[in-house]
Design a protein around this ligand. Structure first.
Ligand code: PMP
Length: 350
């Protein structure tokens, strides 16, 4: 076991000294694309042509699937691409040359500070509660004249809990109507909490809300880079102007359309991961670990100072997990064998 290499990124070796290695560090779907998606990708050939810049087929399919107007949907290279478009449109510098402010919980998705910085805006981070929840009162209190965008992440990556419908709506009502509230629902399909907020319901009611979704997680298409935002025309018209031309490739668009057409298979796979998530969460709690509400395809261990050590021990067991500073470790739900090996490590870790 000592001789097993540790890998920070990239493809781990499949088998090392008889021990299969597993990547549980990026909240990916461990399952390969569903057969119809793989076939649709293989059938494409006309790569000499540019894709449809408006992703019309995908937006039409999504409009039908979500029961929203296609005009309200803007696609991007992953939901990160869609987020960059939102920030480019709404956050940057004020007329006085000062940076606009973008507020979000912390810890949350590690790309937020990068995207906000790229847009030329300033991050305002509001600590999550000890059980990994957004502190919406503190976020509301942090709003200033310079605040342009608020990012809400539900379930929160990396800590796991959802925002409830009730608290989110109450919060949105307190936010000035010229501040854009983004509800990042990258893990929405994994949510089983009945009181969870639904970004699409919020976007229908509030013209300053953007729902952000992706094909990377439940649909398992992270490598193809396709995501989208949904907002009312008041915001969408600005997003179209800020959208990167041809951001979604034709392969990505076609794969996403076929995945939506086969959503029953996606749901089945998601359910198997939800079952595994619940097995891992219950197993950890049974061992006496504190695990915040886990509604995504990952669990969070509040390991504090021991985070790096735990990640190293996992690496020695050929499990790649993600330590976040001296805060904690996030472990993605993967193959059954990987999850069991992770539980076995937690059973002996003291
Ligand atoms: N939002 C959250 C909360 C995420 O965790 C991720 C991926 N880790 C993304 C957005 C971005 O995903 P993608 O760009 O692949 O859609």
């Amino acid at each position: 076991v000592d001789r097993l290499p540790r890998y920070a990124a990239g493809k781990p070796p499949v088998v090392v000294d008889g021990l299969a290695s597993y990547k549980l560090s990026s909240n990916e779907n461990p399952l390969p694309p569903i057969p119809a998606v793989a076939e649709a990708i293989a059938a494409q050939t006309d790569f000499n042509r540019y894709p449809d810049p408006l992703s019309t087929k995908l937006r039409t399919a999504l409009a039908d699937f979500l029961d929203v107007p296609a005009e309200d949907i803007v696609t991007g290279a992953g939901s990160l691409g869609a987020l960059n478009q939102i920030l480019a449109a709404f956050a940057g510098q004020n007329d006085d040359g000062k940076a606009d402010e973008v507020i979000y919980a912390w810890r949350s998705f590690e790309a937020y500070p990068i995207c906000v910085g790229l847009a030329g805006a300033e991050s305002v981070r509001i600590p999550v509660t000890p059980d990994g929840r957004h502190n919406l009162e503190a976020i509301a209190a942090a709003v200033t004249m310079r605040t342009k965008v608020i990012l809400l992440c539900t379930p929160n990556n990396p800590t796991g809990p959802i925002l409830t419908a009730e608290e989110t709506e109450r919060f949105i009502k307190t936010v000035p109507s010229d501040v854009v509230v983004v509800i990042d629902e990258a893990y929405q399909e994994f949510v089983r909490a009945e009181d969870a907020v639904d970004g699409i319901r919020m976007y229908r009611k509030y013209p300053n809300v953007v729902a952000l979704r992706t094909f990377s997680k439940a649909h398992g298409l992270a490598g193809l880079r396709v995501g989208y935002s949904i907002s009312q025309p008041e915001l969408t018209q600005h997003l179209r102007v800020a959208a990167t031309p041809f951001a979604v490739s034709q392969i990505a668009e076609q794969a996403a359309v076929v995945s939506l057409q086969n959503f029953d298979q996606v749901v089945e796979r998601v359910q198997s991961l939800v079952d595994e998530r619940d097995r891992v969460t219950a197993g950890l709690r049974g061992l006496g670990w504190f695990v915040p509400e886990a509604q995504g395809n990952f669990v969070w261990l509040n390991l504090g100072e021991d985070s790096a050590e735990f990640a190293q021990l996992a690496g020695e067991r050929a499990l790649s997990v993600r330590a976040f500073g001296n805060e904690g470790v996030r472990v993605s739900i993967g193959e059954v064998e990987a999850n069991t090996r992770f539980l076995d490590l937690c059973a002996v870790y003291t």
